[in-house]
Design a protein around this ligand. Structure first.
Ligand SMILES: *Cc1c(COP(=O)(O)O)cnc(C)c1O
Length: 231
């Protein structure tokens, strides 16, 4: 199902309503285009969508080449292996999945001089013991302190993918915990401004708990082709 202008518009209205309800102005929409063809990105860009999220570096680079005539903002939201830091520093505007210190130096080293710093979110493993992605909450402060020593990187905030919980209250608690971690980090780093959480199934709940960047794939593009794991 290709995304229609009406689908994006309806989504933007739901995001706005949730942000107004939460009393915090606005929340931004990141269109998650993993597994979607470049033409689907182009169609959404024609509707005014500028920020796109990808999980796999190689897939993203191929799409970026096809869409080189457009000015888009690319976010890496999938796990980052150290041997891909160079590509990310060269070809992305945001990295939402920084979760360990060893990525920081290679990212900074490969960010081209004269380009805007790479915007960075620290990914937090908020409740999913089994997941290998994301740092522990008590590792956030040290990672943040290290990131801000690099002028080529700009710390913008936190990102999380709570485990799919069967009930809304468990999810709400994970989002609320992220909000507390974000507020605590902002005491030390007042410039941070982005809390990325919430996907197609739970973005309104995430916004109610303080998200101001939601990452949405299915509700925007329709179901993903089943060629890859979806998470
Ligand atoms: C796939 C993915 C999304 C989007 O998920 P939907 O349920 O399709 O909206 C958001 N964030 C991350 C990190 C993802 O991998």
């Amino acid at each position: 199902m290709p995304s229609s202008p009406a689908a994006r518009q309806a989504l933007l209205e739901r995001i706005d309503a949730a942000a107004r309800g939460a009393g915090h102005g606005s929340a931004h929409l990141l269109a998650v285009s993993k597994t979607q063809p470049a033409e689907a990105v182009r169609a959404l860009a024609a509707q005014g969508q500028r920020a796109f999220g990808e999980n796999y570096v190689q897939e993203a680079l191929a799409k970026q080449r096809e869409l080189a005539d457009l000015t888009l903002e690319w976010h890496l939201i999938g796990p980052l292996q150290s041997n891909k830091c160079r590509e990310v520093a060269l070809h992305f505007d945001w990295l939402q999945s920084l979760d360990r210190a060893k990525l920081i130096a290679p990212l900074a080293q490969h960010r081209p001089a004269g380009r805007e710093p790479l915007n960075v979110l620290i990914q937090v493993n908020i409740d999913d013991e089994a997941s290998k992605s994301g740092c522990k909450p008590d590792e956030i402060a040290a990672l943040a302190a290290r990131i801000v020593t690099e002028p080529a990187l700009r710390l913008r905030g936190l990102m999380a993918i709570p485990a799919p919980a069967p009930d809304a209250e468990t999810r709400r608690a994970a989002f609320a915990h992220m909000r507390e971690l974000f507020d605590a980090l902002r005491v030390e780093h007042p410039a941070i401004d982005t809390l990325s959480m919430g996907m197609s199934d739970d973005f309104e709940l995430a916004i109610a708990e303080g998200a101001n960047l939601v990452r949405i794939g299915t509700a925007l593009f329709g179901a993903r082709p089943m060629t890859r794991a979806s998470r």
